[in-house]
Design a protein around this ligand. Sequence first.
Ligand code: SF4
Length: 509
Amino acid sequence: MKNTILVFGDQLTLENTALEAGEVGRDVVLLIEARDTGPAHKIKRVFHIAALRAFAEELRSHGWQVEHRKLGDTPSFETSLLDHFSQKKPATLLAMEPNNWSQQKCLEAVVKKSGVDLRITPTCQFVTSRADFLESAKGKKRLLMEAHYRRMRKELGILMQSDGEPEGGAWNYDSENRKSVRDWKKDGAPRPPSPVTSRRPRGPLVEQAIADVEKWFPDSPGKATDFWLPHTREGALELLGEFIKKRLPLFGDYQDLMLEDSPTMFHSIIAGPLNLGLLLPMECVKAAVSAYKSGKAPLAAVEGFVRQIIGWREFVNGVYWLKMPDYIESNGLGAKRPLPKFFYTAETDMNCLSRTIGEVRDTAFNHHIQRLMILGNFLLLAGIQPREAHDWFLEMYIDAHEWVMAANVFGMALHADGGFMATKPYAGSAAYISRMSNYCAGCKFDPEKKSGTGACPFNLLYWDFYDRHTARFGKNPRTSMMVKSWLKRSEPEKEAIRRGAAEFLSNLS
Ligand code: SF4
């Protein structure tokens, strides 16, 4: 009897284990373009739709029968699925482990309603099995990415010496990977060509996806015609190759650097294709390690990249499945302020925020330091409601999925999970932004000024944050110095900072 193989829109790989469990010529692959996917930037929508349509063609070229339900066919994913069951009456529904909680809930609901027999196969999009991660986390009060990362390096034998020690004698080279804007000028390093702004040639498939997004989602943010990322496996491999050759050698040195009009710096930009299944994690890791072994990229850069893939990416996915569904409601610091409107318009006098938000508004992309140390930092210090912040990140970024954003926003950026996955909040004052970017030169605020007219709001908010959370962070060995430094200030100085922060926050919305 025929089975149906459901391939979710973020599982677009021929190595999908549900395809491997099925049979070409007998089973039908079901692909659904859903209209009920929640708010999303138009560039992200074009990417998802174009990639799904290209994958449908790829499957057909490999002999699969494909039922492809398009945007106009049915309003919701669940209706499409139920519709398919009542028409085709498959013996079994095969699906690879869904990547997101909402997909899993939808699957459970349709199985209950239709009575179809469901068979779930393990994911091929992560190196760590979900079950293993959950097992290893049992009974732990706190999980550390570093412990997970070292375990992965050893298990996979990535960047390990024959004596069981890490390659080069250290597990990470962060201290070599933090060059400032001053170092960048001194080094005379090039400004990397930006793949975001260099448009790729488009075929009719992308043009149609752009037209469909404009038709069905006219009110989403962004311009569909500004779509820029490769949407096929072939294009994704090219993007990976381009990164390994042109940007990886300098990625480590300048991975925390932020420059105006250089939205990608030396970052890989592969997260979008990787999170849709157009690339798989180990092929990215192997490509970087091979560049190191052939002397084309330094160890510090390669190790930093490897950590992003088998360290952070796997870890945030594991934390997501461990902590859902309550995780996305966590608000450990009691932050209540609504998200400012300028997160959609970029209209603010704070140059760092305006530049960063302007880039995501126009391209659906920022690199991770902009996300963490400009946007996340601001949202943390200003006490913005974490769920609102999470929903904005999920909506705006081309590579954002529920499983990616939960731990990154609630755990890492906003410290909303009570410190479960980050031992300290990622809070920074203007001194950090001024050292690591060239934003401050074009700003009306003064990064050196702590209070009074013209003082940088990051300075006011930074100290106001430690004032509001003195009890909590005074006990944390990684933040107690900051609290002590705040408490040592004179009362008039503290009052001026509190007043300045309150005034700034009252004008925020
Ligand atoms: Fe941002 Fe402050 Fe620098 Fe302006 S002065 S760019 S607000 S850090």
